[in-house]
Design a protein around this ligand. Structure first.
Ligand code: KG4
Ligand code: ZN
Length: 357
């Protein structure tokens, strides 16, 4: 049995987890900082890194207590070391180095985006961890990324396409601000959409030409803004709109949320189908669809992916809700594959703001 401690501090969640053999989650502790950032309607990097510093030790102790393991039982220390806010990443990376050095255990740096694709392989005992068959089509949908991958194994991810502007989660968050729903907006918009009519407004599904596997969500965001507030006079900060979001009735707001959600998820589904066809054309018909990232919690995406996959011969792997948003269990889960492949790091492991893609 291999027990890995995972740490995750790349953005505004301070998280620690203990995972057995890459899939069985013995403990998964997350301290979210939404309360600290809500009034700024977005994450303030300096506040985030200070909060990580205060919270990491109690979160780590809690994870070990819940898992019922002591430091000496850990086989390796894993940490999300890229991409993310540099000040936040440094807190987790420094803690992981201190633990690895003092316990004399391997240190494993994990790419946060790649780790999102290991989240669907996690389960809480006594459930058995799901095991996707390969080749697989991978989709990461988060606040920072919207990317498609051709996967041959958990560690072998070839990028097929990515967003050229906003990530889908970012578009959700901005749409929620436009609709006056507050921060973090994605889950709130998803809930409100359930009460609205998705056909009320015809918002654009950007496909970027017939063969593109890339995504674009900024046009959808702007279309929603103009639908809500009318066309602006002037530009940028000086723009004056015809209406305010405060003028919306609850029913209008719900219709707008539902129409936005329908367009955003349609755009994702169109690209999933294109990517599947691309893989078939390359002689690698995918056997699984693996989804990860905060937006994998989205109710419409979960439903549409689960309906779409099986008729295409794809088993669909969605993370349990606990592993959609940023968490450390996916870091420890992904690190297990790295450890098996001998891909461990030393104390020079850097924190890196950008992705390795
Ligand atoms: O993966 P994640 O926790 O952080 C990043 O790595 O970015 O993803 C966070 C993103 C946010 O943009 C949040 O609004 C979005 O995931 N999100 C959702 C839902 N739950 C979280 N977006 C749409 N529907 C949801 N139910
Ligand atoms: Zn993430």
């Amino acid at each position: 049995m291999t027990l890995i401690l995972g740490l995750e501090t790349s953005c505004d969640e301070t998280a620690a987890a203990v995972v057995e053999d890459g899939g069985r989650v013995r403990a998964n502790v997350i301290s979210a900082q939404h309360d600290l950032h809500e009034r700024y309607r977005g994450v303030v990097p300096e506040i985030a890194s200070r909060a990580h510093l205060e919270r990491l030790t109690p979160v780590l102790r809690d994870a070990l207590d819940r898992a019922g393991v002591g430091f000496e039982q850990l086989d390796a220390i894993a940490v999300g070391n890229r991409p993310g806010l540099i000040g936040s990443l440094i807190v987790g990376v420094s803690a992981a180095k201190a633990l690895a050095w003092s316990l004399d255990r391997p240190l494993i740096g994990v790419d946060h985006v790649q780790a999102h694709l290991s989240a669907a392989g996690l389960a809480q005992p006594p459930a058995d961890p799901p095991r996707p068959a390969f080749p697989a089509l991978g989709l990461v949908v988060s606040g920072g990324h919207t990317s498609l991958y051709d996967m041959d194994a958990p560690l072998e991810q070839t990028l097929l396409g990515r967003t050229i502007d906003d990530a889908v989660g970012e578009a959700y968050d901005k749409a929620a601000v436009i609709l006056g729903l507050g921060y973090p907006g994605g889950p709130r918009l998803d809930r409100l959409a359930a009460q609205g009519d998705p056909r009320a407004h015809d918002l654009p599904r950007s496909t970027l030409g017939p063969d593109s596997l890339d995504f674009s969500f900024s046009g959808l965001k702007t279309a929603l803004l103009y639908t809500v507030r009318g066309h602006p006079r002037g530009r940028g900060r000086d723009a004056v709109f015809e209406r305010s979001a405060d003028d919306l009735t609850d029913a209008q707001r719900a219709d707008l949320a539902a129409s936005f959600q329908a367009a955003a998820i349609d755009a994702v589904m169109i690209k999933l189908e294109r990517a599947r066809r691309r893989m078939v054309g390359n002689g690698r018909p995918p056997r699984s669809l693996i989804i990860g990232g905060g937006v994998s919690a989205n109710s419409l995406l979960r439903r549409r992916a689960a309906e779409w996959g099986p008729p295409q011969g794809l088993d669909v792997f969605l993370p349990d809700m606990a592993y959609c948003m940023d968490n450390a269990a996916m870091i420890a889960g992904h690190a297990f594959h790295l450890l098996e492949a001998g891909r461990v790091d030393d104390l020079h492991l850097p924190a890196v703001a950008s992705s390795s893609e």
